[in-house]
Design a binder for this molecule. Structure first.
Ligand code: URA
Length: 236
């Protein structure tokens, strides 16, 4: 389907339609090798539209996956040490996906993968205070005093942590399990908070992100988010 060039340029996120019209008038846009005119239409599957010599790509469909990350996978796009990448687990999706936020090599659980950079930026921006819930196993006992410290905020080397919530505390021998919900996402935050109060983490799994959980997704597997789930995330 052909569309006006200014609409294609705007849809690619390069400019507003009005700005794109200005670029066309200024001769910065070419269509199949010739300077484009206002009113020209193109189909990016068949035509070559360039702005300042750079080609517009046909827009790929947005993909949103909820992955249950196993331990031993890194959440970066590449790894110089050749370790397993989370994206290796989704070979059958033909678009380039990137993880929303990070989980450590030894952290398992809920990880979103998408090609929608705008939504990824929203979900990870501290301003939006998106809830992230972790199931934690620590060595030692969670006293009331330590629980209150973790919930109120712990002084780390990068500052005081924001208020958190702790629930479902269960003790088993020398270990304690609990869930902690954070509204910020600093590097290795749960591990560092727990270490700071003298409770080393021996297992860490993200079990919730906003309204999403891991139900029905086995370790190492993923599912596509539903349209309703995506719409809810966009409203956050
Ligand atoms: N907190 C951590 O310490 N590690 C993670 O992977 C996520 C949160």
């Amino acid at each position: 389907m052909t569309q006006r060039l200014q609409k294609l340029i705007a849809a690619a996120g390069l400019a507003s339609r009005r700005q794109a019209e200005g670029w066309i008038i200024a001769g910065r846009v070419t269509l199949n090798g010739r300077i484009a005119c206002l009113g020209d239409r193109a189909d990016l599957e068949e035509d070559c539209v360039q702005v300042d010599g750079r080609s517009l790509q046909p827009r790929q469909p947005w993909v949103y996956l909820l992955l249950n990350k196993p331990v031993g996978y890194v959440t970066t796009a590449r790894d110089p040490q050749g370790r397993n990448l989370v994206t290796d687990l989704v070979r059958d999706v033909p678009v380039r996906l990137f993880p929303v936020g990070r989980l450590d090599l030894n952290t398992e659980g809920l990880l979103l993968l998408t090609n929608d950079g705008a939504l990824a930026a929203r979900l990870t921006h501290p301003r939006h205070r998106v809830a992230k819930t972790y199931l934690v196993r620590v060595r030692g006992a969670l006293s009331n005093e330590i629980r209150q410290r973790l919930e109120a905020g712990v002084e780390l080397e990068d500052g005081l942590t924001a208020p958190a919530r702790i629930a479902r505390v269960r003790s088993g021998g020398s270990h304690t399990w609990f869930e902690i919900t954070l509204y910020e996402g600093r590097n290795r935050q749960v591990r560092r908070m727990c270490e700071m109060v003298g409770l080393p983490v021996s297992r860490l799994k993200r079990v919730g992100l906003a309204s999403l959980n891991l139900e029905g997704v086995r370790v190492g597997h993923y599912r596509h988010l539903t349209a309703g789930e995506v719409a809810l995330l966009k409203k956050l």
